[in-house]
Write a protein that binds this ligand. Structure first.
Ligand code: BGC
Length: 440
């Protein structure tokens, strides 16, 4: 059975590489270690790289995520053989452990040479605290708006300066499903909205699967909830939650909270720290029908040798078709990095066509660059490229695009409290209070 809505193959614009790394070293119009505050400067790496250790902080510590990081490291080592990649990864999906360690390292002026952040609101936290410096020169050297979508550059830019180099774009509103489990349950079509999805979950349950849906710890619940918000509010009202146009205690949010409450009754029991691979694996193993996860899940499916179409299938969270719930990993240059030029070499690899191809093939995401040929990618990623091009964009709450770190923490606390108590009124008032506290 194939219930995936057919997404036509992407036809992204193929733009010729405008710039390539200069092998003679030096920079134009700014010193390579100035942080690139001159928006016209262009970084020129030394041939073979600056040399020395380059400490890179991520949460891609294991499994398919480490495979993505390894792929990037492979390209880095080839492009900058003088530089030594030092892996500072801290395990825990969505940075659930890494972010606290990073915050204390930054606080203690012990920054890594580069760290993983998310394009959007999360990045502005680090910028506001003066913890990262502009990298206009690196982005210019990579080709700037000739090779990165303007919508993405806008999310990386504050007061005219660009503060990180995006490695990829992930989609958060995807349901991953087990076709055999659905077939046994008699589910033959992609549900159009939350109501019909719940009806399908009933069918799955009736077929003998106790937990039709899998969830993990708190951040996976925040992500599930955000997708239900998009479904019930529509993308425009959802986006309005972050600029004050939509009230967090509006009737539509109340509907979404109640739908979320119902959907949780179909899910497994989870503890705060449960990571995502177990939730995804349960779909692969046929113990559950559905998991809502970002498309890093596709890398997990590939690693487990599950086959697209027979081993797993996918569709946008019902009610969110035509919306791309966006997030992007993006690498920074912290203020006071010990090896700033080595870090810039790393950023050059991150943003290079070769780096993006190798990384995204392994990670399940799509390249942030628009000039990496789509036909090198499997079917799922081609469909995501096409969606990103034509869909309306929503910003992910759980993954740093829509809200600051502090706001995300308060939403996560509210969601975790709701998981324990299931009180819809309390969740609505906690969410409204968080917005009142953090909305600028
Ligand atoms: C990151 C992804 C990562 C996922 C799970 C997200 O916040 O953007 O790269 O795979 O968390 O760890």
């Amino acid at each position: 059975m194939r219930i995936t809505k057919s997404w036509p193959v992407a036809a992204i614009a193929i733009t010729a590489l405008a710039f390539s790394a200069c092998s003679t070293g030096g920079t134009t119009s700014t010193s390579s270690s100035s942080g690139g505050t001159d928006t016209t400067s262009v970084y020129s790496p030394k041939a073979g790289g600056a040399g020395g250790d380059v400490g890179v902080f991520t949460w891609w510590a294991a499994g398919s995520e480490k495979a993505g990081l390894d792929a990037l490291q492979g390209v880095f080592t080839k492009q900058y053989s003088n530089d030594k990649f030092v892996n500072l990864a801290v395990a825990g999906g969505a940075g659930s452990n890494a972010k606290a360690k990073l915050a204390s390292d930054l606080q203690n002026n012990q920054p890594p040479d580069s760290f993983q952040g998310h394009a959007g609101a999360e990045l502005t936290d680090y910028i506001a605290q003066g913890q990262i410096v502009p990298v206009n020169d690196v982005v210019n050297a990579l080709g700037g708006s000739k090779v990165f979508p303007q919508t993405l550059l806008d999310r990386l830019t504050v007061k005219g300066n660009i503060y990180s180099v995006p490695s990829n774009i992930h989609r958060a509103n995807v349901v991953w499903a087990n076709p055999k489990v659905l077939q046994t349950a008699g589910v033959t079509a992609v549900p159009k909205d939350i109501k019909s999805w719940i009806a399908d979950m009933d069918k799955v349950k009736a077929s003998g699967v106790n937990t039709p849906l899998t969830i993990g710890g708190t951040w996976t619940q925040v992500q599930l909830f955000e997708t239900i918000l998009i479904a019930d509010l529509g993308v425009d009202d959802y986006n309005g939650l972050f600029d004050g146009k939509t009230k967090w205690d509006s009737d539509k949010v109340k509907t979404a909270v109640n739908d979320y409450k119902t959907i949780l009754t179909y899910a497994n029991t989870a503890s705060d720290g449960d990571d995502w691979p177990a939730a995804t694996d349960a779909v692969i193993d046929g113990k559950a029908a559905y998991n809502v996860m970002g498309d890093w899940a596709v890398a997990e499916f590939n690693e487990k040798k599950a086959v697209d179409g027979t081993g797993y299938t996918y569709f946008p969270v019902p009610g969110t078709d035509g919306v791309f719930d966006f997030l992007a990993d993006s690498f920074t240059l912290p203020k006071g990095a010990k090896n700033a030029d080595g870090a810039k070499d790393w950023l050059m690899t991150i943003g290079s066509a070769d780096g993006q191809k190798a990384f995204n093939l392994a990670k399940g995401s799509i390249p942030a660059r628009t000039d990496v040929p789509a036909d090198a990618f499997p079917k799922y990623q081609q469909s995501a490229m096409n969606s990103f091009k034509k869909d309306k964009i929503a910003s992910s709450i759980a993954h740093g695009a829509a809200v600051s770190l502090a706001w995300n923490t308060d939403i996560s606390t509210a969601i975790s409290k709701f998981y324990a108590g299931r009180n819809a009124d309390t969740l609505v008032s906690d969410l409204a209070a968080a917005a009142a506290k953090h909305q600028k």
